[in-house]
Design a protein around this ligand. Structure first.
Ligand code: SF4
Length: 76
């Protein structure tokens, strides 16, 4: 699998990516709702059972299934 996206990556920081959605900055991201994770985001490419997988926004890396960023979008 590909390397994991790091939270201090500039693009990750811009979108407020965290590897664990429990750590979302709810002051900065008031739109965050409990239960939102990469796993149930429309842009996530991992299989349901995987702990990490690709994201359409981040080339060459994988994101944690339990993660989140402000581009989160419900599955179509
Ligand atoms: Fe996770 Fe979706 Fe953000 Fe990608 S766009 S990092 S899958 S929440």
């Amino acid at each position: 699998s590909l390397p994991l996206l790091q939270e201090d990556n500039p693009a990750a920081r811009q979108l407020g990516y965290v590897a664990d959605a429990q750590r979302v900055d709810r002051t900065r991201f008031a739109q965050y709702a409990a239960g939102q994770t990469c796993r149930n985001c429309d842009l996530y490419g991992g299989e349901a059972a995987d702990s990490q997988g690709g994201c359409q926004l981040f080339y060459g890396v994988e994101v944690k299934a339990a993660g989140w960023c402000s581009a989160w979008k419900p599955k179509a």
